[in-house]
Structures are given as structure tokens and as C-alpha cells.
Design a protein. Structure first.
Length: 103
């Protein structure tokens, strides 16, 4: 809506949230913290370099402006052929990749 009206930058902001993702390849620990609260915790107990290369989890955020927002965090195996390398994860928010928001 704000973009359609010609606004940019901070004028386009809705509610802000903090998502922290901890993924230990040494211990297999996986933790998602959303706005300071744990949304997910699991631990495989195995070396993540060999046995735990991908992780996939859905969680919800609540925004006073938009209601419930569906989030999907997916880890990606390394792609050494990707130009400039690739990101180790994707965070999709209502189906849109976080890294595509600025485009």
C-alpha cells in the first residue's frame, strides 16, 4: 500500500520483529527465537556436518497491523556452483523470501 503511494524506506515499515536462528553443526542443536521467546528447540545429538544438513520449520508471528503472519525457515545445503555462493537458509514470510523484500 505504502509503495503504491510512492513512499519508501522507513515510511513503508509495518511492525518489526526479531527472529534469531541458532543451528549448530557440531551438536545438532536447532533453536528459533522470535521476539525474545523460544518458538522451537530441538537437538539431534549428531554431528550436523554429516547427518543434519537441512532443517525445515513453520512458525507464526503476530502483527497488530496484519494479524497472524506465517513464517517458514529452511536451511539449504551449500551450493558451490551458485554465483557468489548461496545463503545458508531461507526465511519465507507469508510465502515471500525475506531476501527478496528489498527488490
Amino acid at each position: 500500500e505504502a509503495l503504491g503511494q510512492g513512499f519508501s524506506g522507513s515510511q513503508c515499515r509495518g511492525s518489526e520483529h526479531e527472529v534469531n536462528f541458532v543451528w549448530s553443526l557440531a551438536s545438532g542443536k536447532r533453536q528459533i527465537i522470535v521476539d525474545g521467546k523460544e518458538a522451537h528447540y530441538s537437538e539431534t545429538g549428531m554431528n550436523g556436518w554429516t547427518s543434519d544438513r537441512t532443517f525445515d520449520h513453520h512458525f507464526n508471528l503476530y502483527s497488530p497491523n496484519y494479524g497472524t503472519i506465517r513464517c517458514h525457515l529452511i536451511t539449504l545445503p551449500p551450493n558451490h556452483d551458485a554465483p557468489g555462493g548461496n545463503r545458508p537458509f531461507q526465511l519465507k514470510i507469508n510465502g515471500v523470501n525475506f531476501f527478496d523484500f528489498c527488490q
